[in-house]
Write a protein that binds this ligand. Sequence first.
Ligand code: SF4
Length: 105
Amino acid sequence: MNHSRRRFFTRGAGFAAAACLLPRMGFAADVPRVDEANPQATALGYKHDASEVDTAKFTRYEPGQTCANCQLYTGAADSEWGPCGLFAGQHVAAAGWCSAWVPKA
Ligand code: SF4
């Protein structure tokens, strides 16, 4: 392969990778985080930090349960925030929890 063809393919792969990553980065940065004080979050006992769950009120909670291991969480495995099926258009904390928690299958 001559030098210019190699450079074309090398740069093409770099541009393709950037084109795949940039929209995801922009998306994650633009999505608002769930406000713990909003009525839905309050009703579900949602907390950004699962260790702060009101365990007297939400007796279903067991240590180790977090949004990251909930079936409704669709964030990337290494993300700190991500989408949840219950909070459309907002992100929940991977370390969070609410009373709708369901174990990931
Ligand atoms: Fe977190 Fe699951 Fe509750 Fe969504 S349903 S806030 S992912 S525990």
